[in-house]
Design a binder for this molecule. Structure first.
Ligand code: PMP
Length: 415
């Protein structure tokens, strides 16, 4: 491409084309930016100093809006493993797992996962999104049913669309509605029930034992739990909410990601199903994409092995979650849950204008949180999602609380 082509101004859009359906969101976004606020969805981290500190537009900023729950991104062993693999195996595999893209490191990370979860099989995907897409679409096809929580992650819904299964939604975390909807399905139909340990928008946890009991009343059901936000933090081995709540034997598939507690990128599914390995040949989002780079699987394997013994980190993360939740509640903020249930604490604001004003005030004060809005959020809510890290010090949590007090008063979000 020539220099002139790269810098040419955008052409005038025609009155009607395939972009026309986006006109309402383009207008809404423009109105927001015209009000003079910074774009919450265009933040650039100029420098990242640690799991909890970055430089954004020249300002040192505390990070309270990452999925770095266990703070593994800068763990010296993890970083070293990545560097060594880069030297030994190169920058990328340039191929699918089923052709030239399975290296020793991919086997090692799957072994680490089998050990971490105590399962007979583990299959690694290039992202958690693809793990859900692949597992759900391959397990449940035309004529099958996927029964899912209405607040399920986008990757779960997209897995249903790709597989062409019938989607049956139940009210968020409602055991009664799950039971009712399963009861209406044909007894001989095959069903996949998809649950999440932690729901990432409000930070609430699923009542898995009650849900499992409801599912077991109905024939031909398998259960998949997405533990994206539970891995590392919940349960004696850090396996997730399903371990903490004691339903390990009832869950057929656990899906997870390396992009949160593990601190790198990638996705996976673990299972004890005797036919599990066949999925490597029939799961399109596994077969038709390149495998993870060797440096990434090496960092993941090292991190997963360290997470098995991260009891102190888990304990400190709980302390952080309790302190932040209690402090924000005391100040009068409306939170996503009455009690601290996970490492995610959602601060619910009245509307988009208040949420953005609060988000900007926090950023200017030196704190980054996630701004979340519909359709990602349930029931049209605007919220600021705070996610804690095991590497946030107790002092940092106090600083964060003071930043919330100042921003809340300046924007009128609290009295
Ligand atoms: N499942 C859930 C519940 C998630 O929140 C996410 C990511 N936010 C994913 C799956 C996808 O994970 P990844 O980032 O690895 O694609």
């Amino acid at each position: 491409m020539t220099q002139a082509a790269q810098t040419a101004p955008a052409a005038e859009a025609p009155a009607r084309d395939l972009f026309s359906k986006f006109d309402p969101i383009i207008a809404e976004r423009q109105a927001l930016l015209d009000s003079g606020v910074r774009d919450p969805f265009a933040i650039v981290m100029d420098e990242v100093k640690s799991p909890t500190l970055a430089v954004i537009k020249g300002k040192e900023t505390i990070l309270l809006g990452t999925y770095n729950y266990m703070g593994m991104t800068f763990d010296p062993d993890v970083v070293q493993a990545g560097k060594d693999a880069l030297d030994r195996f190169g920058a990328g595999t340039t191929g699918s797992r089923v052709l030239n893209g399975t290296y020793q490191g991919h086997k090692e990370v799957e072994d680490a996962l089998k050990e971490f979860y105590g399962t007979s099989s583990a299959m690694v995907f290039s992202t958690g999104y693809q793990a859900n897409l692949g597992m759900i679409s391959t397990l449940a096809g035309k004529g099958d049913y996927v029964v899912l929580d209405a607040d399920s992650h986008a990757s779960i819904y997209d897995g249903c669309f790709l597989g062409d299964a019938e989607i049956v939604r139940f009210r968020h975390n409602s055991v009664e509605d799950l039971d009712k909807r399963l009861g209406r399905l044909p007894a001989d139909a095959l069903k996949l029930v998809v649950l999440e340990g932690v729901y990432s928008m409000l930070g609430d946890v699923a009542p898995l034992p009650e849900m499992v009991a409801a599912v077991r009343k109905h024939p031909n059901c398998m259960i998949l739990v997405d533990e994206a936000h539970g891995m590392g933090f919940f349960g004696p081995h850090g396996r997730g909410v399903y371990e903490e709540q004691g339903v390990e034997k009832d869950i057929d598939f656990v899906v997870g990601t390396f992009s949160k507690s593990v601190g790198t990128v990638g996705g996976f599914c673990v299972s004890n199903h005797p036919k599990f390995e066949i999925l490597r040949l029939v799961c399109r989002p596994y077969v038709f994409t390149a495998s993870l780079p060797p440096s990434v699987v090496a960092t993941a394997a090292t991190s997963i092995r360290k997470l098995m013994h991260a009891h102190n980190k888990r304990a400190h993360l709980w302390e952080n979650s309790k302190r932040l939740h209690g402090g924000l509640r005391e100040m009068g903020f409306k939170l996503g849950t009455d009690t601290p249930q996970s490492a995610i604490i959602a601060v619910i604001l009245n509307d988009q204008a208040q949420a953005v004003a609060m988000w900007q005030a926090l950023l200017e004060g030196g704190l980054y949180v996630n701004m979340a809005r519909p359709p990602a959020t349930p029931a049209g809510t605007f919220l600021l999602r705070c996610s804690l890290c095991a590497e946030h010090s107790a002092e940092q949590v106090e600083t964060i609380l003071e930043m919330f007090r100042a921003a809340g008063k300046a924007t009128g979000a609290i009295a």
